[in-house]
Design a protein around this ligand. Structure first.
Ligand code: FAD
Ligand code: FES
Length: 274
């Protein structure tokens, strides 16, 4: 669809961008992502760029909105964040799987690395509306890469921040603070989003404490709709068989304990069909 950019604000190291998408907003759930064509009609950047949906609002003064948190990173994301308000982009949305919401209230910990916090604020709202207690950990290399710490504080029961350089919160990595929080808050499920190394490290901690872990993986994607196989990663199913799954349609939300994290982009021996 053609989505109109209705707001584009710089927030720390990121851009908070809102797009008018009409009724499509009602179909988006926390964990879903969008794929946007970048560079304009004559661009050589043929691959769409994927961005997690930060929030979707069904009915506002501007109709249905999808909001994104975009880090100006390479050519495509810089083009996007430089767009003036009222521009239109070619967007495919909503894509991928969403976070699973428990049927009973649980004690949930939401963990986001850098812009990986994007889908977690909407998820916090949804979990709270189902009676869950929600705690949050946000981590980044430095303070201005922590997205909206004040919003985080308002959204959840407790917010812990970690930065590699100690410029905000606890100096260190997200996994340094997890064991204490899991124990103190009696966490039953972890939801996470961020770089793959961080998701792998969280999986190790969650397994150590016997806590479920749903993570939104961020594997490089080209088509975003299950056609090109760029985004495959090895995942072991309930039947014990490992298969190469497409993180754009079988994910991005996956059970962290089922992902073979240390495959180093190789197909593990014994994988189905290999
Ligand atoms: C599920 C998912 C969710 C994500 N969520 C977010 C988010 O919420 N916020 C965020 O900031 N980022 C997010 N990302 C990361 C985001 O998709 C990348 O940062 C973005 O693709 C960077 O694009 P770029 O052009 O700026 O960077 P580049 O590094 O320049 O390019 C990124 C990709 O495009 C390819 N490419 C580069 N140039 C060209 C060209 N000329 N022609 C064709 N292909 C080219 C590269 O090979 C690479 O695969 C997410 C990624 C995934 C998979
Ligand atoms: S990105 Fe093409 S199959 Fe997943």
């Amino acid at each position: 669809m053609q989505a109109e950019l209705v707001s584009n604000k710089r927030v720390g190291a990121y851009h908070h961008m809102s797009f008018s998408v009409g009724d499509l907003a009602s179909q988006a759930l926390p964990g879903n992502f969008v794929a946007i064509a970048v560079g304009g009609e004559a661009s050589s950047m043929i691959l769409r760029r994927a961005f997690a949906i930060y929030r979707s609002t069904e009915k506002g003064p501007q109709g249905g909105l999808i909001e994104l948190i975009v880090a100006p990173h390479g050519q495509g994301s810089r083009w996007l964040t430089n767009l003036p308000v009222n521009s239109t982009v070619d967007m495919v949305a909503p894509l991928g799987t969403h976070f699973g919401i428990p049927t009973e209230p649980v004690r949930a910990l939401l963990v986001g690395g850098g812009y990986g916090s994007a889908p977690l604020f909407g998820l916090a709202e949804l979990l709270k509306s189902r009676g869950c207690r929600v705690d949050m950990v946000l981590g980044a290399s430095t303070a201005n890469k922590i997205y909206a710490p004040l919003e985080g504080k308002r959204a959840v029961s407790s917010l812990t921040i970690t930065t590699d350089d100690g410029s905000m919160g606890v100096q260190g990595q997200i996994t340094d603070v997890l064991p204490e929080i899991i124990t103190d808050k009696e966490i039953e499920i972890i939801y996470s989003c961020g770089p793959m190394g961080m998701l792998q490290a969280i999986t190790q901690v969650s397994e150590q404490f016997g806590v479920m872990h749903q993570c939104a993986v961020e594997e490089a994607m080209a088509c975003g709709i299950g056609v090109c196989m760029t985004c495959v990663l090895p995942v072991t199913g309930e039947d014990g068989v490992t298969r190469m799954l497409r993180s754009c349609i079988d994910g991005p939300v996956m059970d962290g304990s089922k992902v073979i994290w240390d495959s180093k982009r190789k197909i593990p021996e014994g994988t189905f069909g290999a």
